[in-house]
Every structure is written in structure tokens, then in C-alpha cells.
Design a binder for this molecule. Structure first.
Ligand SMILES: NC(=O)c1ccc[n+]([C@@H]2O[C@H](COP(=O)([O-])OP(=O)(O)OC[C@H]3O[C@@H](n4cnc5c(N)ncnc54)[C@H](O)[C@@H]3O)[C@@H](O)[C@H]2O)c1
Length: 258
């Protein structure tokens, strides 16, 4: 129960890694404010949280919208008086060759993955500074570390998240606030499934063929379950990681060790 009664704010909680993280933190007794743009998915997550529900609030937030993000942080402060852990998880993927890449997909990647990360931290940071303690965790990716075919724009946003995290760790160190990222490899979530499905369609091959290629990228030869990434997020949130800041936790099944 290392986050018992800690006030934790989590974006992108309606699906995948965010949902698994909400479940794990709830099991660990955290007081959670979970958010997502997908109201239905968010309610589903909330309904999965069992007995812990009374300690959990959910709020629909589009992380591209600074007003909504600010309201989420202010809601948390009004209700709980502080934020111990901020998990900046909401993200999108769009793939395709650069010469055919739609501008609207590029804008979406930048707006959610980069601006959304910026806004989520921006409105929480004054409270972290005032408290003089806390932990911020962002979601980078293997795509921040290596190139992936047809992922140039996604890679650029995740490399941006990694740079943002390291620089913010310097800014927040004098305030005793740790800032770290997690870099998942191929993790079995709707995001990865849609990515693989699109690549399969574009190449005119079966979904299973592209899935197998992804599975072989990690030396463990399989995709991660979202719960296997949530454990890393939990670790960074706790005092077990008390001497870690500016670090990136690669949970990629060995993908980047080749
Ligand atoms: N699945 C993977 O293989 C993988 C690998 C590396 C990194 N990641 C990163 O992990 C994070 C979680 O991804 P996932 O695989 O669970 O994806 P997912 O699609 O299952 O979940 C992402 C969530 O973010 C939400 N979201 C999207 N746009 C939003 C917005 N504008 N405002 C608020 N919420 C929004 C979605 O509604 C969804 O619930 C992302 O940042 C992703 O880039 C995933």
C-alpha cells in the first residue's frame, strides 16, 4: 500500500495503460482523480474500481484544452487540498509515410502528446512547488529512443516528451519534486491494436503478420499487458524511487537493448 491515501491525478484513464494504472492505484488505496476525453470509457474504468470507488472521482477532460486541464487540477485541489502524484498518460498514435501524412493527424499528435503533457504539468506545478514534494510521471515510449517505420511524427512527439521530462526534472529538483518517464514497448492496448490494424490495411497483409513483427521487436517475443506497465508507473510514484529523477524507465521487453 505504498500510495495509500496519496492524491493521484491520472489522464487517459479510459483505456489501456491508463485503465490498468487506475486499477492498480485503486487497489493500493490511492485517492484518485481520473480523467479522459472518452466519457463512456472513463465511466467503465470507474465501474471497475470496486470498493475503492468512494475514494475516486472521474472528470471528462480533453488534454488539448488548457481550460479543461486547469479545471481538473483545481477540482483536485478544492476536493483534496494537494496533489502527490501526477500521471501524464493520455496519448494518441497516428502512423503513415511522411509524404502522405495528413496535416490534421500531425496536429493531433502535437496537440495531445506534447501540448497535452505541457498543459497537464503546467497547471499542477504551482501546487507541487508550494507543497515541496511530489512525483510527476510522463509516458514516453520506445519510439522516443529508436526509429520505427512509418512512425516519424509519433517518434518526434515521444522524443519530445522525453526531453520535456528530463528538463522539467531539473526545474523541479529544488522543490523536491521528482519527474520521470516510463517508456513502454509494444503493449496490448486499443492504441497498439489500431496501429497494427492500420499498418496491416496499408500493406495489404493480415493483422496477425504485423502483430508477429511487433512481438519480435522485444527480445521477450511478446507484447506487454497494460498491467505490466502500470507496475512501473506505481514504482516511480512511490518512495521506492526516492532517488530517481529525470530518469526514463524502459519497460519494452528488451526492444531497445538489441
Ligand atoms: N500501447 C503501446 O504499445 C504504447 C507504447 C509506448 C507508449 N505508449 C503510451 O502510453 C500512453 C497510453 O497509451 P495506451 O496504449 O494505453 O493507449 P489507449 O489508446 O488505450 O489509451 C489512451 C487514452 O488516452 C485518451 N486520450 C486520447 N486523446 C485524449 C485527449 N485529447 N484528452 C484526454 N484523453 C485523451 C484516450 O481516450 C484513451 O483512453 C500513451 O501516451 C501512449 O503513447 C503506449
Amino acid at each position: 500500500m505504498r500510495v495509500k491515501d496519496k492524491i493521484c491525478v491520472l489522464t487517459g484513464a479510459a483505456s489501456g495503460i491508463g485503465r490498468a494504472t487506475a486499477r492498480l492505484f485503486a487497489e493500493e488505496g490511492a485517492i484518485l482523480v481520473i480523467s479522459d476525453i472518452d466519457e463512456e470509457g472513463l465511466k467503465e474504468t470507474y465501474n471497475l474500481l470496486g470498493d475503492q470507488k468512494r475514494k475516486i472521482s472521474y472528470i471528462t477532460v480533453d488534454v488539448r484544452n488548457p481550460k479543461e486541464v486547469k479545471e481538473m487540477i483545481e477540482f483536485t485541489i478544492e476536493k483534496h487540498g494537494r496533489i502527490d502524484v501526477l500521471i501524464v498518460n493520455a496519448g494518441v498514435v497516428r502512423v503513415g509515410p511522411i509524404d502522405e501524412f495528413p496535416d490534421e493527424d500531425y496536429d493531433l499528435l502535437i496537440d495531445v502528446n506534447l501540448k497535452g503533457t505541457f498543459y497537464t504539468c503546467k497547471f499542477a506545478i504551482p501546487y507541487f512547488k508550494e507543497q515541496g514534494e511530489g512525483s510527476i510521471i510522463t509516458l514516453a515510449s520506445v519510439a522516443a529512443h529508436i526509429g520505427q517505420v512509418n512512425h516519424a511524427n509519433y517518434c518526434s512527439t515521444k522524443a519530445g516528451v522525453l526531453g520535456f521530462t528530463k528538463a522539467l526534472a531539473l526545474d523541479m529538483a529544488p522543490f523536491n519534486v521528482r519527474v520521470n518517464s516510463v517508456s513502454p514497448g509494444a503493449t496490448d492496448t486499443p492504441m497498439l491494436q489500431s496501429d497494427v490494424a492500420k499498418q496491416a490495411r496499408d500493406r495489404g497483409v493480415d493483422y496477425e503478420i504485423v502483430k508477429k513483427e511487433f512481438e519480435k521487436e522485444g527480445v521477450l517475443g511478446r507484447w506487454a499487458e497494460p498491467e505490466e506497465i502500470a507496475t512501473g508507473i506505481l514504482f516511480l510514484a512511490t518512495d521506492d524511487a526516492s532517488y530517481m529523477t529525470g530518469a526514463d524507465l524502459r519497460m519494452d521487453g528488451g526492444w531497445t537493448t538489441r
